[in-house]
Design a protein around this ligand. Structure first.
Ligand code: NAD
Ligand code: ZN
Length: 345
């Protein structure tokens, strides 16, 4: 079968023929419906040689946001039928520690000795005709379109998890949320904020087209520029935003977010650019929480699927055939994708 393989650091992925996998005990083989191309994949092949906190090694199929139809079930799997559509929860922890037991494989206590981080992150992913996953990692889609759903397993799950943890800051009237970076994750993030809170959503991106998309989703936009923080604060009546979500994570965007915060707000860095931020006691309003986040729990993914089925989250995406999968990654590298690129093998 054909697959997009991360072959080496500092090397663009390659499209090649590899063996079709067979499902092991407790696993299911899925015919891939859709595989989203995430900017984290770009970080893996461009930056992870020097800065690789997860210890990922080259030599696996990319694609960590996947959906598919059941093709075959492995030994010991019951209750899953050929042809059913599922979304794959990508993180794979040891599945028996405290974190994994609550469905939070991302913070597995045995991460140091696990063989991989997840599907498409060390273990072969979904940028291929077929993919395997443990039955426990499958979230049922029912009749919902699996192609449009594919990005939700990261581009939906990650903002959902971050926003859910910030809800105490956004409960009540007159609240403001800031979203920086309106790509695959950010545009879904705007919709999740709309669905879960009554907050006014202020959004920004370096690309005017991305801001136009966010406006269609009900956000107020503020372009980049030296007066950006002043404009954001003006929209909030001078108070600042109660929660910020930075889907870029460079020093400049973290600084913008922190300077835009209200007292006691929560600023979540989602983007993995990994740049520093120069915090000082008087440099940020009192009791502002600055935090990072990584993906989400399997239960969060069930919630995201409910939002999708209810039409409250509508992923924005463009499909690419397997022949065009590398083109999709090149467009992502060049910043020319609007929403998500979904490969449909
Ligand atoms: P994307 O390429 O689809 O979107 C990024 C958006 O940010 C683009 O619209 C781009 O124009 C905008 N942007 C870039 N620089 C900017 C700047 N200086 N100011 C304003 N806007 C800017 O990327 P994505 O797939 O949505 O991923 C976003 C980030 O989140 C990436 O860093 C990715 O690696 C990371 N990510 C983190 C997690 C996690 O668990 N923490 C999960 C998935 C992705
Ligand atoms: Zn674990």
């Amino acid at each position: 079968m054909r697959a997009v393989v991360f072959d080496d650091f500092k090397t663009f992925p390659v499209l090649k023929d590899i063996e079709k996998p067979t499902p092991g005990p407790g696993e299911v083989l899925l015919k891939v419906a859709g595989a989203g191309a995430c900017h984290s994949d770009v970080a893996i092949f461009e930056d992870f040689e020097a800065n690789n906190p997860a210890g990922l090694k080259p030599g696996f199929v990319l694609g960590h946001e996947n959906s598919g139809w059941v093709e075959e079930v492995g030994p010991g799997v019951s209750g899953i039928t050929k042809g059913e559509a599922y979304l794959i929860y990508g993180p794979i922890g040891c599945q028996h520690c405290r974190a994994c037991s609550r469905g939070q494989d991302t913070y597995c206590e045995n991460a140091a000795t696990n063989p991989y981080l997840g599907v498409g992150l060390g273990r072969n992913g979904g940028m291929a005709e077929y993919v395997t996953a443990t039955a426990r990692n499958l979230v049922p889609l029912g009749d919902a379109d699996p192609v449009a759903a594919a990005p939700l397993s990261d581009a939906g799950l990650t903002p959902y998890h971050a926003i859910k943890l910030a809800l105490p800051k956004l409960n009540g009237g007159g609240k403001f949320a800031l979203v920086i970076g309106l790509g695959g994750l950010g545009l879904v993030g705007v919709q999740i904020l709309k669905a879960l809170t009554g907050a006014t959503i202020i959004a920004t991106d370096a690309k005017p087209e991305a801001m136009a998309e966010a406006e269609k989703l009900g956000a107020v936009t503020v372009p980049s520029g030296s007066d950006q923080v002043a404009k954001i604060r003006e929209i909030t009546g001078g108070r600042g935003v109660d929660a910020a979500f930075d889907f870029v994570g460079i020093s400049a965007t973290i600084t913008t977010a922190m300077q835009s915060m209200a007292l006691q707000g929560r600023c979540t860095i989602v983007g993995i650019a990994g740049q520093p931020y120069d915090w000082s006691f008087f440099g940020a309003p009192y009791e502002v929480e600055l935090t990072s986040t990584y993906w989400g729990t399997i239960e969060d993914l069930y919630d995201v699927v409910e939002l999708y089925k209810a039409g409250q989250v509508v992923p924005q995406y463009t499909t690419f055939s397997m022949d065009k999968a590398l083109e999709a990654y090149q467009l992502l590298v060049d910043g020319k994708i609007s929403g998500r690129a979904v490969v449909t093998p």
